[in-house]
Write a protein that binds this ligand. Structure first.
Ligand SMILES: NC(=O)C1=CN([C@@H]2O[C@H](COP(=O)(O)OP(=O)(O)OC[C@H]3O[C@@H](n4cnc5c(N)ncnc54)[C@H](O)[C@@H]3O)[C@@H](O)[C@H]2O)C=CC1
Ligand SMILES: O=C(O)[C@@H]1CCC=N1
Length: 263
């Protein structure tokens, strides 16, 4: 077994589905979940194999994808089961290497903050290797994350801020999409029409950000004709303090991530 995902919830499933889409054999992925129903669901949906924690501890890489407050219990249960050489990856927001490595002395641990678009191969992940992780371990994790999108290796000091942009960021964009769709409905469009218009506008705009080589500012200016419709809309967003709201949202997210670790 190559990979074991412990906690096969929303993010655990996004990662394993992304790895399968990228070519990993489902039989090489094991899952452990507290909910039997969830295990059956994912076995049926993806062809992965449900196992217990002791079996998962013998995988080449164990990915811990339970909630932050659940991770210490899982680490304690895992400690005596881990096979020699097993690499442990934690994707839990806000749980520092100090806690992970303190619970698993001498074990190679890597902290990762992935994001939900890994599900469609367009994820963004931050990677922080722990003290016992070798270059080979870091390369393994980079390979796993790059298989479902992109990654960058960063300092742990930046991981709360990274969480506030790429980790939680997809939710901010879905929230904006919801609000725009609602705006279209308010202006008389059907919900189906508004949804198609907004979803494709997100797809096109994201592709321009990724492919045009131009900054977000340059692209926004390109759409903003002097005295035009966009300028009127952006003025309304400024009047409602939307930019300031985003600055505060990112700050609150970083602080929440920091508080999760009791720091
Ligand atoms: N949802 C997201 O977009 C992202 C989540 N994360 C991190 O991923 C982790 C999981 O988050 P979600 O998937 O959103 O939560 P979730 O609640 O959807 O998944 C957690 C899963 O863990 C299972 N579980 C609970 N206790 C367990 C135990 N002792 N052993 C095995 N399984 C157990 C639950 O049944 C559930 O299926 C969190 O630590 C979060 O910080 C990181 C980046 C993005
Ligand atoms: O909301 C959360 O706590 C998780 C971590 C990053 C995205 N979702």
């Amino acid at each position: 077994m190559k990979i074991a995902v412990v906690g096969a919830g929303a993010m655990g499933e996004a990662l394993l589905a992304g790895w399968i889409a990228a070519g990993t054999a489902p039989a090489d992925i094991a899952i452990v979940d507290a909910s039997e129903q969830r295990v059956t669901e994912l076995e049926e949906r993806h062809g992965v194999v449900g196992v217990d924690l002791a079996a998962a501890a013998h995988a080449e890489t164990v990915v811990l994808a339970v909630k932050p407050y659940q991770i210490v219990g899982v680490l304690n249960d895992l400690r005596d089961e881990l096979a020699d050489g097993t690499l442990v990856v934690s994707i839990a927001a806000g749980v520092p290497l100090e806690v992970l490595e303190g619970a698993l002395p001498g074990v190679a641990v890597v902290r990762v903050m992935p994001n939900a678009p890994a599900l469609v191969g367009k994820g963004m992940a931050g990677i922080v290797p722990g003290a016992s992780a070798t270059g080979e371990h870091t390369a393994t994790v980079t390979g796993l994350m790059d298989a479902v999108g992109r990654s960058l290796i960063t300092d742990e000091a930046h991981l709360d801020a990274l969480t506030a942009l790429s980790g939680s960021g997809p939710a901010y964009l879905f929230y904006v999409a919801e609000a725009m769709i609602e705006g279209g409905v308010h202006q008389g469009l059907s919900r189906a029409e508004a949804t198609e218009l907004v979803n494709q506008t997100f797809v096109g705009s994201a592709a321009m950000l990724a492919e045009s080589g131009r900054t977000a500012t340059a692209l926004r200016e390109m759409v903003t004709s002097p005295e035009g419709t966009t300028a009127a809309a952006l003025r309304a967003l400024d009047d409602h303090g939307v930019r300031a709201a985003f600055l505060d949202a990112v700050e609150q997210c970083r602080l929440r991530s920091r508080r999760m670790a009791g720091r």
